[in-house]
Each structure stands twice: as structure tokens, then as C-alpha cells.
Design a protein around this ligand. Structure first.
Ligand code: ADP
Length: 477
């Protein structure tokens, strides 16, 4: 999956923010328009309920629709042709039961009743009895009428002189508040969501670093994020893995150093104890006859030889472990070289009656190698073959040149256990027989392996207990 770069996410976020703001402004404008419409609808002429007498009047007085009129404090009166009040609907706020004709006419002209408190509207009609009647709509006062009329539509007791300006200011203020509120809400939510794309991976990285600094080298971080953060994640995991590997190597090196020191002390202690014991016996005159003296001295000699061999091997091995150690490689015929090694060991091979099959190419193969060291490596393997196998064991040595030079040294002898096979190239690893006879130092194959590796090659062992062993040395051309 191709990962998105953080830069493109930022661009996308800016675009979303711009569109979001645009939307909020549009919503606020729609709100403003809606509010203004609502106010004008509340004060608009056609929406104003009818309060004129001619509109309210119905022949059946008791069914006249005076609901709105009453709600704004007005009432209806029906007067007979003598201007006497014969019917009232709504709560009458004056106590006039009989009008004076002139007063009545006057009040209609000035739109003010005789006591100067009510607005009147009149409708004249003929009753069923053929007489004249009047229907009068009355309000306590004009100001009260206007106030009451507007009450259901707005909650503000605004100045009656200029209500429209007030309405616009209110609507504008409401829209501005809405705009502000929506902007704040939008940016809080938006920054919360967008910041997650940064904070989430950073939290993972910080936690990983925390765990790592506390020494947990098994720490690995895993998250899906932008290309840049994924790069950091991969580098972090790689770094921890490297650190873990070098830590493991350091621990292993430390362990093997400790084990080596223990092995060396053990291997030196055994012959030294014997030498001390024998020499003490000789010094204190505890051995009297010449035969025994000779035997003791020869024990001391053998043990000294073994110690010398151990110290020599140890010295050689540690020299090779040193990164400063360099081979002295010279081009030479490696076939002839192997032939000479076999020849120099032939005496022992014959003595052990080993049936050796040698298969070497006729032609020479010129190869650059360190004669002394490779001789040591191959001799170790050949002498092991002679030393650890019974008389008459079948064995073979062959050299082939393919993509590399392969030298095989094999036998159909005792073979090795699985445990021994796995660790035989490690220093101080010896098989049962070697331990029992106190023969080997356990450093031979470790040295051989080191030499082959210094030549850029590999050493490989195939072995099975009771069936034999084959060592293959592969040297690159
Ligand atoms: P050393 O010979 O000093 O004990 P090496 O590293 O040379 O140490 O060999 C390690 C062990 O491998 C020996 O102790 C022996 O048990 C086993 N070994 C090596 N070569 C053979 C072989 N050809 N057949 C059987 N065992 C072998």
C-alpha cells in the first residue's frame, strides 16, 4: 500500500478547514435571513389579525371571533338604536352602558372615546327586527393595543418608535453569536481529529523509546501512519533489533569467555596436580626403586607435554581470535600441498591400519593460501580421524574443484552424538573418549574452523554415531 505523505495530509486538512469555515458562514447567513423573515412576518400587515368591527361582526353575536381581540385586551359591544349596550363579548374595561350620540360620533372621528382611553371601530347593521344596531370594537388605549399585538411575536419590549431596527440588530447579534459558537466548536473538533494523525504515532514512538531506555530490547513498535512516521518506525525497530543482537552477542561472548577461563583452569589444574603429587613423592624419597622413579618421571614428562600442547593451542586460538591477525597467503598448488600432508601423517595411518582411499586431481590447482595455517587445520582433522577411530577404519580424503575447492576428509568410524556434532567446533568441546583418555585439548576443531574462515571458506560436518564422520572444507576460488 502506498503511504500518504504528511505534507499532502496537511494540505487536505487546510482545504477541509477552509470549506468548513465557508459552510459555517453560509449557515450563519441563512440563519440571519430566516430570523429577519420571521420578524417581518410577525409585524407584517397581512399577518396582523383583524380587529376592525366590520371584520369581526357576525349576526350571531355570541359566535363572533373575538379571540385575538380579547387576547390584546379588547372587547365588542352591540348597541341598539338608542345607543344602549345590549350585548358584550370580551372583558369590558369601562362601565358605559348608555352612550350619548354626539360623544359616540366624536369618538369615532378622533379615534378616542369620551374618556380618552379607548380606540373604537364601529360597524352599523340592521337587526332581524329591522331596527338599526351598532357593533363597536373597543381597546383600553392605542399604546396598549400595539404592545399587546406584538407581544405574541417577540419577547422584547422594544421601543415602539423603531421596532424594525431593533429586530435587525437582534438578528445580527444572534447570527454573530451562532457564527462564533460554530467556529469555536468546529476548530476544537477539527484540531482534535487532525492532531490525532500526529499524536497517535508520536505516542507509540515515545512509548517504544520509554520501554527501550528501561532496558526492554524486545520492544517493537507497530502502527499504520504516514510515510514519514512509518520511516521512523522502521528505523526504530531496526535500531532496537541491532542493539538486541549486539547485546546478545556481547552476553554470549561474555559467557564463552567465562566458560573458557573455567575450562583452561580446569585443564591446567589436572596435570599440575599430578605433577605436584609425583614430584613431591620423588623429592621426599617416597619412591625408592629405580623402576618406579622412572615411571613417575615419565608421568611428569607426559603431563608437562600435555600442558605445553594446551598452552600452545590456547595461544594459537587467542591469536586467531584477535582481529589484528593476518594470514600469510601465497599462491601454490593446493593438490600437492594436500598430498604432502597425507604423506606426513602416513606413518600413523599405517600404524592404525586405516584403509585410506585418496582421490586427488591429477592436474595442479593453484590457489592462494597460508601454508602453515591450512596445514594445521587439515592435520587437526586427519589426526582426529586417526586418533578417535578404531584400528582398520575405512577412511577417505578427496579434493574436487567446482565453483570452489572442496576438501573432504571422512571415515566410517565411531561418528559423533548429536550433541557433540552441534558444538564440536566450539573451543574446549571434547568427546567422551577424549575426556577419558585426557588426550585432546578440545581446541583442535575450533582452530581448524577459524583458519578455514580466515581463508573466506566454510567447514561442515556430517556425522552419525556408529557410522562415521565427514568433514567438508570449502574454500572460495
Ligand atoms: P580434541 O581432539 O583436542 O579433543 P577437537 O576439537 O579436535 O579436540 O575435537 C573435538 C572432539 O570431536 C574430540 O574430542 C572427539 O571426541 C571428536 N572428534 C573429532 N574428530 C572425530 C572423528 N573423526 N571421529 C569421531 N570423533 C571425532
Amino acid at each position: 500500500m502506498k503511504q500518504r505523505r504528511y505534507k499532502s495530509t496537511l494540505t487536505r486538512n487546510y482545504a477541509i478547514a477552509a470549506f468548513g469555515m465557508f459552510g459555517i458562514v453560509i449557515i450563519s447567513i441563512i440563519f440571519l435571513v430566516f430570523r429577519l423573515n420571521l420578524y417581518s412576518a410577525g409585524t407584517g400587515e397581512e399577518k396582523t389579525p383583524k380587529i376592525e368591527a366590520k371584520d369581526i361582526f357576525t349576526e350571531d353575536y355570541s359566535n363572533m371571533n373575538t379571540q385575538y381581540l380579547e387576547s390584546i385586551g379588547g372587547w365588542v359591544e352591540i348597541l341598539d338604536d338608542q345607543y344602549k349596550v345590549i350585548f358584550t363579548k370580551g372583558s369590558k374595561k369601562d362601565n358605559i352602558t348608555q352612550y350619548d350620540k354626539n360623544d359616540l360620533i366624536n369618538s369615532f372621528e378622533k379615534k378616542v372615546n369620551p374618556k380618552g382611553t379607548a380606540y373604537n371601530s364601529v360597524y352599523a347593521f340592521k337587526g332581524k327586527d329591522g331596527r338599526d344596531y351598532l357593533c363597536i370594537v373597543k381597546f383600553p388605549s392605542l399604546s396598549e393595543q400595539v404592545n399587546e399585538a406584538l407581544k405574541p411575536h417577540i419577547d422584547l419590549n422594544f421601543n415602539r418608535k423603531d421596532p424594525v431596527d431593533r429586530l435587525i440588530i437582534t438578528a445580527l447579534a444572534e447570527s454573530a453569536l451562532l457564527l462564533l459558537f460554530m467556529t469555536i466548536l468546529f476548530f476544537i473538533l477539527f484540531s482534535k481529529i487532525t492532531s490525532k494523525t500526529v499524536t497517535k504515532p508520536l505516542t507509540y514512538i515515545r512509548d517504544g523509546l520509554d520501554r527501550m531506555t528501561k532496558g526492554d530490547l524486545n520492544t517493537r513498535i507497530d502502527f499504520n501512519s504516514h510515510y514519514e512516521f512509518t520511516e521512523i518506525k522502521d528505523s526504530f525497530n531496526y535500531m532496537v533489533e541491532r542493539l538486541q543482537n549486539s547485546e546478545r552477542e556481547r552476553e554470549e561472548a561474555e559467557k564463552s569467555k567465562k566458560r573458557m577461563i573455567m575450562d583452561i583452569s580446569h585443564d591446567l589444574k589436572t596435570p599440575i596436580t599430578s605433577i605436584t603429587g609425583y614430584s613431591k613423592a620423588l623429592c621426599e624419597g617416597m619412591v625408592e626403586d629405580e623402576e618406579s622413579k622412572k615411571k613417575y618421571l615419565s608421568y611428569i614428562y607426559d603431563k608437562s607435554i600435555r600442558m605445553t600442547k594446551l598452552i600452545e593451542d590456547l595461544f594459537r586460538f587467542s591469536k586467531m581470535e584477535d582481529s589484528e591477525f593476518k594470514l600469510n597467503r601465497q599462491p601454490s598448488d593446493i593438490v600437492e600441498f594436500l598430498r604432502e600432508i597425507i604423506a606426513s601423517n602416513y606413518g600413523e595411518i599405517e600404524a592404525k591400519e586405516i584403509e585410506l582411499d585418496i582421490d586427488l586431481p591429477q592436474e595442479e590447482i593453484i590457489y592462494s593460501f597460508d601454508k602453515i595455517e591450512l596445514d594445521r587445520a587439515l592435520t587437526n582433522i586427519i589426526t582426529n580421524m586417526i586418533k578417535y577411530n578404531p584400528k582398520g577404519t575405512e577412511a577417505f580424503i578427496e579434493l574436487v574443484k567446482e565453483n570452489s575447492i572442496k576438501i573432504k576428509i571422512g571415515d566410517k568410524g565411531v561418528g559423533m552424538s548429536k550433541d557433540l556434532e552441534a558444538s564440536v567446533f566450539d573451543a574446549f568441546v571434547r568427546g567422551e573418549s577424549a575426556r577419558k583418555t585426557d588426550g585432546g585439548t578440545g581446541l583442535g576443531l575450533a582452530i581448524s574452523k577459524k583458519i578455514v574462515e580466515l581463508h573466506g571458506g566454510k567447514i561442515h560436518l556430517e556425522t552419525e554415531e556408529g557410522k562415521g564422520s565427514i568433514f567438508t572444507i570449502e574454500l572460495p576460488l
